[in-house]
Design a protein around this ligand. Sequence first.
Ligand code: B12
Ligand code: SF4
Ligand code: SF4
Length: 378
Amino acid sequence: MDLASLQVNSPKNKIRALLLEEGFDAVGFTVPGAVNRAGPRLTDWLDQGHHGNMDWMETRAHHRTHPQNLWPETRSIVVVGSNYGPARPQEDPLAKLGVTDRGNISVYAQGKDYHDVMKKRLKKAARVLHRGFETDLKVFVDTAPVMEKPLAMAAGLGWQGKHTSLVSRDFGSWLFLGAIFLAMDIEPDAPSTDTCGTCHSCLDICPTGAFPAPNIIDARRCISYLTIEYKGHIPLEFRTPMGNRIYGCDDCLAVCPWNKFASATSETAFHPRAELIAPLLGDLAGLDDASFRKVFSGSPIKRIGRDRFVRNVMIAIGNAGDAQLLATVCKALIDTSPLVRAMAVWAVHQLADDEARSALRAAHVPTETDPNVLAEWH
Ligand code: B12
Ligand code: SF4
Ligand code: SF4
């Protein structure tokens, strides 16, 4: 593909046409100064400690607060969105919460890793733009210190809802974001306006009370953070509310009334892999390191590693209320990972009767050396 073959004339129209042709579903333009308010808000958020142990949010905050701090040559920014809408009703994440013997993996993680899919496309488009306009440029998807949501709002892709994610009039909650920083001037699009009105469904549905106020999230209380980013033992108060959510959470996204305008993604890379739509918790609990890597090859889930994943599975098993899963939990009591053993003990407390619990405690406490696991027994 080259720019001359596109049947449009202005640079802006050419870029938009190119990116739509590459498979992006939404494209908007903004300038670095359009997100000036996001910087101080990020600083406040970090000062409150809302980022928990995501130290990487803090260490490069200076780059995050303003696009030109990250790349001084930036003169305009193209924000792209990729629709990953689930097919409804069969893939409705809220409906799956009731199927307690199966793990609930958030919609974004059931297909291929969007970082890989979008980055590849952005890089391909970047080569064409670099050649066609002889301009320098940088591409970003999530992993760089870029405030993608405020940029997307400024570029007219949607608005940050009360749950803080970007809501699109065309795609509802289900839009991945990416950005191209350009060293050339392009006229910005009009920003989107907040269209939440008096609705507060997303705030009400959150199972762990992660919103101290509308538009502000305390990541430390968010199941997405706890199951994906948090490396330690998940605090007791969150274990029961986690239910069967074993990787991420979609509740606040799925409840949004703007999803009535969303459509299922046509991007096959984002279609759920059959075995990840509703996997049996009993099967997931048995994954060792090698089988975990194999099952989750190409999936974003691979990033958290087997131990953290099985930790999450043990909590879901504890919440399943099915004593037949106790045999699976017992195997995990001798797991090599203290993260897994600790949550297996918690699951024992949820599933076993007094007699079985006492017998298991007597069998395992004398040989247990990890203080956190011992604390769970006691
Ligand atoms: C850190 C992070 C997280 C953290 C923190 C979440 C968060 N809301 O920031 C955790 C691990 C919890 C998380 C979870 C999820 N994430 Co995340 N995450 C990020 C990341 C890397 C940085 C976001 C960030 O800068 N946070 C810092 C805080 C300060 O930003 P903020 O919450 O938006 O804060 C703003 C508001 O508070 C606002 N504000 C403050 N006061 C006021 C007052 C008013 C009136 C208004 C209007 C605004 C306002 O100003 C702040 C600055 O803009 C981005 C990728 C990126 N580089 O941007 C992805 C990203 C935001 N995540 C994404 C996704 C998909 C998710 C999940 C849906 C995954 C899942 N299913 O489990 C959940 C959603 C949870 C939720 N409700 O937000 C997508 C969101 C796409 C979209 N349409 O918005 C992103 C953009 C990745 C991507 N490239 O697509 N994530
Ligand atoms: S993703 Fe789930 S836990 Fe996190 S804020 Fe939304 S509803 Fe709450
Ligand atoms: S659920 Fe309601 S308040 Fe939350 S983002 Fe959607 S429209 Fe806004």
